[in-house]
Design a protein around this ligand. Sequence first.
Ligand SMILES: [Zn+2]
Length: 143
Amino acid sequence: MTATTFAKCTRCQKKYRSRGEWNAVYNAGIMTGILCPACQTPEENAEAVINQATTFYGTTQPAQPADVAELLVNRCEKAVRKFAELAVDTGISFPVSDVVKSVIDGLPAVYLKAFDQPLADVLTGIVQSILDGSIYEGGSTNA
Ligand SMILES: [Zn+2]
């Protein structure tokens, strides 16, 4: 058994083909293997999604859901700013759901599965706390 290449599924030894949702297996932030779609448990799948999302974010640190959350906050801030400008220009104020939808439309699909709850709910909470300023007060608490 060699650990130098990941050309086979770590679990069933199926040969890797760039087809389907193969996922990297991480241990403490280091890629230790790959899993074919058939061998992934839903838990591993979610973990891989977060790893992928964090890779997209451009860090080599172990994947933390908090990192994904930080990126989502950035996206939401941009969207809130954009909609605030639109509101000034047009005199129309937009509902939070429009802001949330525009953030979701701009996200890679991996984010849609990165949370236990629907992403729209997560983003609505973020957008609302940006709008009322509570996101900027003190540390972040995930209640
Ligand atoms: Zn497999």
